[in-house]
Design a protein around this ligand. Structure first.
Ligand code: ZN
Length: 203
């Protein structure tokens, strides 16, 4: 199983920026060892002083496919979810400056939180899902999948040009505005269309 993540896929001013849409999505991969085991606390790694949460809508691929056309992309997933793309921002900034890959900042152990899955048939429109991240009782991030620069089906089509998608692969579809630092004893929970799909303690 692999985790394919999409970089910046939302802008705060989507309508104004529609013409400035980048040519291609940013894509990176987390190894399967990055998945935080269910019910486990997240431990801030010793190599970072600045780990950020990024709440993201997730898609679970249900069958093998490559070069998937956008119009067929919806046949490749039945479930959507919510998770966190934990990012060691200080490490990432150093790597970015040097033009190096981001894996150490994004693919470390526990850096992929994967919540409960929900059948997509539960939702009226996959491109109109509200989601949020709550930290210590306060909403810190809010998004709607309608604001994605590349919608879910477009992402599946795009990434499948480069990576064969396999059953069980997960796509992290990018984070909306509001990312921020976590500290010890924080409590995070993620809500998709009114339903809490994950919660965790930061240690
Ligand atoms: Zn992300």
């Amino acid at each position: 199983m692999k985790i394919i993540c999409i970089g910046r896929n939302y802008t705060e001013h989507i309508k104004e920026l529609a013409n400035e849409r980048p040519i291609d999505p940013v894509v990176f991969i987390k190894p399967d060892s990055a998945v935080l085991p269910k019910e486990q606390d997240f431990y801030i790694p010793e190599f970072s002083q600045d780990v950020h949460y990024e709440v993201e809508v997730l898609v679970k691929i249900k069958k093998v496919g490559k070069h998937i056309e956008k119009k067929f992309a919806s046949n490749y997933y039945d479930e959507v979810g919510l998770g966190i793309d934990f990012t060691a921002r200080d490490v990432q900034s150093q790597l970015k400056q040097k033009g190096l890959p981001w894996e150490k900042a994004k693919g470390f152990d526990g850096a992929a939180v994967i919540g409960e899955w929900v059948p997509k048939s539960d939702f009226r429109d996959i491109n109109d899902l509200n989601f949020s991240l709550i930290k210590n009782g306060e909403i810190v991030q809010q998004g709607n999948t309608g604001h994605m620069l590349w919608k879910i089906d477009e992402l599946i089509s795009y990434v499948s040009k480069y990576f064969m998608l396999k059953k069980g692969d997960i796509i992290f579809t990018g984070t909306p505005a509001g990312v921020g630092k976590i500290t010890t004893n924080d409590y995070l929970s993620g809500v998709l269309e009114g339903k809490e799909l994950f919660s965790l303690n930061i240690k």
